[in-house]
Design a protein around this ligand. Structure first.
Ligand code: CA
Length: 228
């Protein structure tokens, strides 16, 4: 899951980025409305967190322009103003939620999780299961055959992507853009290293092996055909 934060106050932006990364999200941060609109139009973010008062374009204007171009990703506003009209304005423009500053990070994280679950089509998924491997999205826990497996935030993100798109061969470039961020250099072997660690944790000592390398193409997570 990928989140774009548009926040001009450096401390607040860094704090949010750090916290959301630790919670397992891929985060891009920009500090002005112009870049925010550009990233919102060009990026593939699952959620936008927009400050209202920004240099360049304000948060409302960003949302208005995104919606007019048919971009329907959920938007959470951060507003310093505790004015009813301001909140109504954001919601009327099509925001999904707002938080009045100052807020606690725990509250922000709870809202983010709710919005991202709501945003998915179909019934609310709180866990994903492939064979005996289970990913609990709410508690951010992974078990295989009922045994708890400890993953880093990156490994969890990687596994979540593979499991959501099980049976699909995912190219490295896609994995890089979904699990790492915009400035990631995909020529490095970071993905291979992370994938090796992830496999050691979820496949070693279990049958069948679920993560496969498709030479020259990428990675896929699935139950091997012979066992289906
Ligand atoms: Ca601001």
């Amino acid at each position: 899951m990928k989140i774009l934060i548009v926040e001009d106050e450096p401390k607040a932006g860094d704090y949010l980025r750090q916290g959301l990364r630790e919670a397992g999200y891929v985060v891009d941060l920009v500090d002005n409305g112009t870049d925010g609109l550009h990233q919102g139009l060009e990026g593939d973010h699952d959620l936008l967190i927009l400050d209202v008062m920004l240099p360049g374009l304000n948060g409302w204007e960003i949302l208005k322009r995104l919606r007019s171009k048919g971009r329907e990703m959920p938007v959470l506003f951060l507003t310093a103003r505790d004015q009813v009209e301001d909140r109504v304005k954001g919601l009327e423009l099509g925001a999904d939620d707002y938080l009045v500053k100052p807020f606690s990070f725990a509250e922000l994280l709870a809202r983010v999780r709710i919005i991202l679950r709501r945003g998915r089509s179909g019934p609310e998924a709180t866990s994903i299961q492939v064979a005996d491997l289970e990913l609990d999205l709410l508690r951010r826990r992974v078990t295989r055959s009922g045994k708890r497996i400890d993953l880093t935030a990156k490994e969890f993100g990687l596994l979540e992507l593979l499991m959501r798109r099980q049976g699909e061969v995912l190219p490295r470039s896609l994995i890089a853009s979904q699990v790492w961020d915009v400035n990631f250099d995909s020529d490095t072997n970071v993905i291979e290293v992370a994938m090796r660690r992830l496999r050691a944790k979820i496949d070693e000592g279990f049958e069948p092996r679920l993560i496969q390398t498709v030479r020259g193409m990428g990675y896929v997570l699935e139950v091997p055909e012979a066992l289906r």
